[in-house]
Design a protein around this ligand. Structure first.
Ligand SMILES: [Cu+2]
Length: 280
């Protein structure tokens, strides 16, 4: 009798154990699936400064102007201050990531995450997730920037229009019966809404201060755009149908555009550098 009870109790215990183990296994499987699905980076939406990338726990990630495409030049003392964002598994891009997430091998055998060929780093000066204390730093001789997944939105154009309104005093000049008004009146007409035929067939873009200037250009179909790098580090002009490769400091590259359309481009070394070419 006692033996039977004990056996039965043991049986119940075994059943409870078995269920427990089953739940445990299910839990582990779920956790592992979540590990696999967890994105390597998270996009923080910022409508003003442009969306940026952080690690899964919210720590800010940076890119460095001293790096080349898919090459980290930040080692030793630099890497101590700017720890590379390394992972031991494959990258998992989040949904809607506009660029390409990958990894490069570092000299010490670790794998550093890259975004659009730019190696990603942490900054030791950040104290908690969300800090961006390293943004704009020129540590180790080149610019550090928060990793951007999309460019800053252009400032609303309406902001500059009110300041242009005082140009109306040209109308005051008419009663004085002087000759100038007729010549100045056409200037008042908005030149921004010109039809396409007036688009230039040759446009120059200056790469300066880690930005394309002007950021938005319009060129006639069949026309040429020339980029000149005035910075002290290499950049690229990379669009959907062209890739300049490295543009060394002080040199220029040209691209001819045959197909009308609007094309967004960027620098693969500094993905936050973006511009637009409109072909009409
Ligand atoms: Cu660049």
């Amino acid at each position: 009798m006692f033996d039977s009870l004990q056996w039965r109790f043991a049986g119940v215990a075994r059943t409870v154990l078995a269920f427990g183990l089953l739940f445990n296994l299910a839990g582990m499987a779920t956790a592992r699936a979540q590990d696999r699905a967890q994105p390597t980076v998270v996009i923080v939406s910022d409508p003003i400064n442009g969306d940026r990338l952080v690690d899964p726990t919210g720590w800010t990630l940076y890119t460095w102007a001293g790096d080349a495409a898919d090459v980290s030049n930040c080692v030793d003392r630099c890497a101590a201050e700017w720890p590379p964002y390394t992972i031991s598994n494959d990258v998992t891009p989040p949904d809607n990531l506009p660029g390409v997430l990958s990894t490069i091998a570092r000299p010490d055998g670790t794998w550093q995450v890259t975004y659009n060929d730019a190696p990603l780093y942490y900054y030791r000066g950040d104290a908690q997730p969300g800090d961006m204390n390293g943004d704009g730093s020129r540590d180790s001789g080149a610019l550090w920037s928060v990793a951007r997944s999309s460019p800053p939105r252009p400032a609303p154009a309406s902001a500059s229009i009110p300041t242009a309104v005082p140009a109306q005093p040209t109308a005051v000049a008419i009663p004085t019966q002087t000759a100038p008004p007729p010549t100045s009146v056409p200037v008042v007409a908005p030149p921004t809404s010109r039809p396409s035929p007036s688009a230039p067939s040759s446009v120059s873009v200056s790469i300066q201060g880690f930005s394309f200037q002007p950021g938005s250009i319009t060129v006639a179909a069949g026309g040429t755009v020339q980029w000149t790098n005035h910075d002290s580090v290499a950049h690229t002009s990379t669009g959907p149908s062209w890739n300049s490769g490295s543009i060394s400091p002080g040199t220029s590259v040209s691209e001819t555009f045959g197909t009308p359309g609007q094309f967004t481009y960027h620098c693969t070394i500094h993905p936050y550098m973006t511009g637009t070419v409109t072909v009409v």
